[in-house]
Design a protein around this ligand. Structure first.
Ligand code: PAF
Length: 292
């Protein structure tokens, strides 16, 4: 049943202090209210808003965190240029049904003398983990902190970051976290491009060619539906297809088991086909989860 948003003043809706959000969250939980957390790095789009709406349906209170986490960016990645617009994000999140925005400063999340980081296991090693060393260490550390600070009953993640979802589910299981980790479907543009805050980096030509990610996943889906089970054959066809987009540079293509993210030779059970493709300096990811 959908709960009404909390009765808060405008000033109470954007909280920057970790202690303040924690006090409020603990108060809500002690009076029996459930809390849904939507962790984001801001630059909110329909994909994020679909998570906010889902959280609104299932919880008494909905918190959207907006924090561009320095801990998950590599030294040559886009931390500095990552789009930031807290005012717009606040409006979008509140309109979609959030009660509160938690937007801490980096110095509050990682104060001087900060020492402890989560060391994720094998699920974090392949796919994006292999290409972005330290990325999931940063993601897990901040997500663990956000779950703690917001006392979340449920936390909502998009399946576009499929490996992230699996890694966080495993962390929640291994650390006996109370929060239920929920994964929601990818939201796409009409032409199939998965929504991402990084899509704004694409120029017109790159944007046109970026549909190659979704098209190649559809091609794989069609091959599997027609009975193809050989990973090598499917991979070869996907790569040939991606090569048709002159501006696309494949970073990786992996066909793995959805449970353990280990590569498969023959497809069976629930599988994840995941790929990362560069257009210039912009790295896009997409995936499909299928029953083979
Ligand atoms: O998916 C993201 O936007 C980030 O990795 C997350 C989960 C908010 C952690 O910083």
């Amino acid at each position: 049943m959908r709960d009404k948003p909390l009765d808060l003043t405008k000033e109470q809706r954007v909280i920057k202090s970790p202690r303040q959000i924690q006090e409020l969250a603990f108060k809500l939980r002690s009076q029996g209210d459930s809390i849904g957390l939507v962790p984001t790095m801001g630059a909110l789009h329909e994909g994020h808003l679909s998570l906010v709406r889902a959280a609104r349906e299932e919880n008494k209170a909905v918190i959207v965190s907006v924090f561009v986490n320095p801990g998950q960016f590599g030294p040559h990645e886009d931390f500095n240029s990552y789009p930031r617009n807290l005012e717009q994000d606040t409006q979008l999140a509140l309109r979609a049904g959030a009660d509160l925005i938690f937007a801490p400063a980096a110095a509050d999340i990682y104060p001087d003398g900060y020492q402890n980081f989560v060391a994720p296991g094998p699920l974090a090693q392949g796919l994006c983990g292999a290409k972005r060393p330290g990325h999931f260490r940063g993601v897990c550390t901040v997500v663990l902190k956000l779950l703690q600070l917001t006392a979340a009953s449920r936390a909502y993640f998009g399946q576009k970051d499929a490996q992230q979802l699996r890694v966080i589910q495993q962390m929640a299981k291994d650390f006996d976290l109370e929060a239920q980790i929920k994964g929601l479907p990818i939201v796409r543009e009409a032409d199939g491009l998965a929504l991402s805050s990084r899509n704004i980096y694409l120029n017109e030509e790159e944007r046109q060619q970026s549909t190659i990610l979704f098209q190649s996943l559809r091609l794989a889906q069609d091959l599997i539906a027609a009975g193809q089970r050989e990973t090598n054959t499917i991979s070869r066809q996907i790569k040939q297809h991606i090569n048709q987009a002159p501006l696309a540079r494949l970073d990786y293509l992996e066909i793995v088991d959805w449970a353990d993210l280990q590569p498969l030779k023959q497809l069976t059970g629930q599988i994840l086909i995941a790929l990362a493709v560069y257009f210039g300096a912009t790295r896009l990811i997409d995936n499909i989860i299928l029953d083979a």
